[in-house]
Design a protein around this ligand. Structure first.
Ligand code: FMN
Length: 325
């Protein structure tokens, strides 16, 4: 399939794997890129420029297709070495960066000078327009359904995507709640040039995470995610577990007085425990409502091929039958 996004990133299919903490390692990114999508390494999981350089080099060993690096700007106790991470990306020859969390304007000149395409992930139309104004090449429009940080506006993709289409000139992909060919075709219908998936890619054979995580996504329904950290204006959609329910109790009890320190046990250092050790009750880890649409654990290649084949028949048969009638 050819869209503005496949053309921009030099990929075969308009499917991107969003940056995911402790999931977006070289194995994940390479599997998606080898299947014809755009895989993305998560910069902050590596943390230091040296480790990121090493992870990019590992990915370059596993694929000769384009892949990207995610740079997330979120509130952190100690700020990562962003200048060092950006310089590493530039030096490595990576050609796509997915930014998220905060306005990436400060880093754009350096990235653009190196010929890197920047796709900024936004949860609102106004942030998408801002991304366009500051010179981002594309936007990933992340609806309220999404796993991770949906922002504070709570606008689902059936409204957000067509609104983005009405305001943007640069291409965008639909993100949040995307699982299959229906997601892709609907996104294209609403003006997107492709889709970004997070949660769905974790439930694949190549995802470099503990099998308990994949089984938890498989077992979850669309009712099993929770929004945490809303009182801190750092809302995150996560899969429920006993740690998450304890966190929500604290939010209820402490109300507006809650501070990060109060919930540090349920959110700090949880990712390695979940993703590497499979301790599924450890606390808050991002997961989308789309878990309810995950019914199997295929290889990434099987997943991408299935999406593209079914998209072809959705467009060529189901939709064209309606048009012809
Ligand atoms: C486990 C997990 C970790 C994530 N970590 C990050 C991250 O570090 N940076 C980021 O920009 N987005 C992160 N995301 C968001 C994804 O890139 C993507 O936008 C989101 O998963 C899309 O929604 P979906 O899960 O419904 O597909 C994460 C998502 C998941 C599920």
């Amino acid at each position: 399939m050819k869209t503005k996004i496949t053309e921009m990133f030099g990929i075969e299919h308009p499917i991107i794997q969003g940056g995911m903490h402790y999931v977006g390692l070289a194995e994940m990114a390479a599997a998606v890129s080898n299947a014809g999508g755009l895989g993305i390494i998560t910069g902050l999981t590596q943390g230091t420029p040296e480790k990121l350089a090493n992870e990019i080099a590992r990915c370059q060993e596993m694929t000769d297709k384009p892949f990207g690096v995610n740079l997330t700007f979120l509130p952190a106790m100690t700020a990562p070495d962003y200048p060092g991470l950006v310089q590493t990306i530039v030096d490595s020859g990576v050609k796509v960066v997915e930014t998220a969390g905060n306005n990436p304007a400060k880093w754009l000149p350096q990235l653009k000078d190196a010929g890197i395409k920047v796709i900024h992930k936004c949860t609102s139309v106004r942030h998408s327009v801002k991304a366009q104004d500051i010179g981002c090449d594309a936007v990933s429009v992340d609806g309220f359904e999404c796993g991770g940080h949906p922002g504070e506006d709570d606008i689902p993709n059936f409204i957000l995507l067509p609104r983005a289409a009405d305001e943007l000139d640069i291409p965008f992909v639909a993100s949040g709640g995307m699982a299959d060919a229906r997601s892709l075709v609907a996104s294209l219908a609403m003006g997107a040039e492709g889709m970004n998936m997070g949660t769905r890619f974790i439930a694949t054979k190549e995802a470099p995470v503990h099998d308990n995580v994949k089984q938890a996504i498989l077992a979850a329904s669309e009712l099993d995610t929770r929004l945490v950290m809303r009182p801190l204006r750092n809302t995150e959609r996560v899969l429920t577990n006993s740690g998450v329910e304890r966190l929500l109790e604290k939010e209820k009890t402490l109300g507006a007085h809650i501070k990060f320190e109060d919930i540090a046990e349920e959110v700090g250092g949880v990712y390695p425990r979940i993703m590497e050790e499979g301790e599924m009750e450890a606390g808050a880890w991002s997961c989308g409502m789309v878990a309810g649409l995950v019914y199997d654990i295929p290889t990434v290649q099987e997943l991408v091929d299935r999406i593209m084949q079914e998209a072809d028949s959705l467009i060529g048969q189901r939709l064209s039958n309606f048009a012809a009638a």
